[in-house]
Design a protein around this ligand. Sequence first.
Ligand code: DQA
Length: 142
Amino acid sequence: MIQIQIINGPNLNLLGIREPDIYGDESFEEYFRKLQKQFPGVVLHYFQSNHEGDIIDKLHEIGFSYHGIVMNPAAYSHYSYAISDAVKAIPTPVVEVHISDVMGREDFRKNLVTAQNCVKIISGKGLDAYRMAVEELINRKN
Ligand code: DQA
């Protein structure tokens, strides 16, 4: 079975409540249940943390055995060289997703540090970005 890990960074535990005009009104848990049903042949795992080191530990834990990783590092995307290095250190491909269109918002969000070591970036497609990223990883030959 194909194993794919979803990693969400800080404040994404508040999806559905947090700034719904930007991030929508659906919780990630709700969306995740629907996503699992769309990919019956894939084992999808979900992990969320508000802590940089925990995200790095998760990348190390599964980054040598899983088929792919879908990661939304949230604000860490814009300045975490530690997460970026962790992505570079593992052989498992990582697709970076952003729910909002980061290029159309404040200037600091245009600086994408972790994405530099990801195989693809999907931004501005809402929660559907996670489905697109899973499809991308399934279709990759690795
Ligand atoms: C985000 C965009 C980031 O700039 C922001 O800090 C987030 C969420 C997104 O999914 O659109 O927390 O990664």
